[in-house]
Design a protein around this ligand. Structure first.
Ligand code: B1M
Length: 234
């Protein structure tokens, strides 16, 4: 594989083959090749969001299948994640450069016990691109960290991410604590992560489940507008 890789000129590939090659390169954790692939697609006038979803997110989906099936293990997936983050770093300023006026503020973090952050980082990038100010608390956040950040930054939105079935129930701990402190209604609470769904979001008392980063932007804009309209009508 390594030798084949040396001989391969990514620039000679058609868009379709390049994207397939990038899925392979992400699988193999080849950071430089991913960076090169992202740059080539951008040079070919691909929209940053299309590069993100079709080359990177789809590649990581494939990694996830073989991780689940015991074909890939943590060290290999860490390399894939590193390559993915390198690709995302190139896209970040482009996704954020829409010049959208600031529309609101969000505090977001991955919940306690969970160190997955690629999806959350994507949400941050897309929200910033849509004009939101984002305070990113990173990974493995206990409820105290969320509360402290809400008190400090006074955002419109609290976002939580969880990728494990074992950590997603922690979202209820956070929301219940907000309720106990009389703070729940001060924030729009959005939750996301691969194992979640709308029923789960309802059950834990969130305002909405966000399937992906683009949906998060839409939902956030919609709920903020509704909140403004409600306040104006009062
Ligand atoms: Co993890 N892992 N992992 N892992 N890992 C999953 C989640 C898993 C589904 C893999 C599998 O078995 N198929 C599985 C969970 C199974 C389960 O719970 N039922 C799993 C497991 C088991 C584990 C470990 C327990 C493995 C082990 O140690 N034996 C371990 C746990 C560590 C821990 O957290 N305590 C572990 C570790 C790791 C790595 C460290 C190796 C690495 C993480 C690196 C990193 O994030 N920096 C990793 C990875 C990369 C994955 C997979 C392969 C990919 C996740 C990812 O980045 N997807 C994942 C398989 C999968 O999900 N298919 C898997 C790409 C990303 C763009 O999508 O994160 O879904 P996603 O985010 C989307 C949406 O979900 C949504 O928008 C995002 C962008 O569109 N979204 C939000 C996410 N958060 C949001 C928050 C919002 C809104 C929307 O707030 C408003």
């Amino acid at each position: 594989m390594a030798e084949e890789q040396d001989d391969l000129d990514l620039r000679e590939l058609s868009d379709e083959d390049l994207v397939l090659q990038m899925h392979d390169d992400l699988y193999d954790g080849l950071t430089e090749e991913i960076e090169e692939g992202v740059n080539i697609l951008l040079e070919r006038d691909w929209a940053p969001y299309k590069v993100l979803t079709e080359a990177l997110v789809e590649g990581m989906r494939i990694v996830g299948i073989d991780f689940r099936d015991g074909i890939l293990f943590v060290p290999e997936v860490l390399l894939s994640a590193k390559a993915m983050k390198a690709g995302m770093a190139i896209l970040k300023p482009l996704l954020a450069a829409t010049g959208a006026p600031q529309v609101g503020k969000m505090v977001i973090g991955t919940v306690k016990g969970d160190i997955h952050d690629i999806g959350k980082n994507l949400v941050c990038m897309m929200m910033e691109g849509a004009g939101f100010e984002v305070v990113d608390l990173g990974i493995n956040n206990p409820v105290e960290d969320y509360i402290a950040a809400l008190e400090e930054h006074k955002p419109d939105i609290l976002g939580m991410s969880a990728l494990l079935t074992t950590t997603m129930p922690y979202m209820k701990v956070v929301i219940d604590t907000l309720s106990e402190k009389g703070m729940r209604d001060d924030y729009i609470v959005l939750v996301g992560g691969a194992p979640l769904n709308e029923e789960f979001a309802d059950a834990v008392g969130a305002d909405a489940y966000c399937r992906d980063a683009a949906v998060t932007v839409e939902v956030a804009q919609d709920l903020i507008n509704r909140r403004h309209n409600q306040r104006a009508a009062q």
